[in-house]
Unconditional design. Structure first.
Length: 144
């Protein structure tokens, strides 16, 4: 019985921790995206680590406090992802496909304000390439 209570307490705590991450709608070309917004340092550090799935048109938007050559990696991340680095206007700078559980560093090729992670191949299967604009970033909380 005690193990049962501990299990549900841990489950509740993990669900409530994710519940505070805001979700916004973004759009690129004619495609809608529901994006969790990693605007606090603790959310940016955690990212999509330790998750097993990501809904089809869902992703995570990373909002950085400064415009810079940001980098990401896939340590403790089980889902294969594609990442688009975006400038302050929401224009896609570059896109990478990232394999799970690797230490490869993926970096913006020019200064970025945002990064958007989606399921592997999401951008390429929709012919979304650098130069396209992500709409709706103004609804994201400011980086903390």
């Amino acid at each position: 019985m005690r193990l049962f209570i501990i299990f549900f307490l841990l489950l509740f705590l993990s669900l409530s921790a994710n519940a505070e991450i805001p979700i916004i709608q973004l759009k690129v070309s004619d495609y809608n995206i529901l994006a969790e917004v990693a605007y606090k340092k603790k959310y940016r550090i955690q990212g999509l680590m330790h998750r097993d799935t990501l809904d089809r048109d869902s992703g995570m938007l990373f909002v950085f406090p400064e415009i810079n050559h940001h980098s990401m990696w896939m340590v403790n991340t089980y889902i294969p992802l594609s990442i688009a680095f975006l400038d302050q206007e929401g224009i896609i700078i570059n896109i990478f496909d990232m394999m799970p559980l690797t230490k490869t560093k993926y970096s913006a090729t020019s200064k970025a304000k945002y990064a958007l992670e989606m399921n592997l191949g999401w951008f390429s299967s929709r012919n979304i390439q650098p130069g396209k604009k992500i709409i709706g970033l103004e609804n994201a909380p400011k980086a903390e």
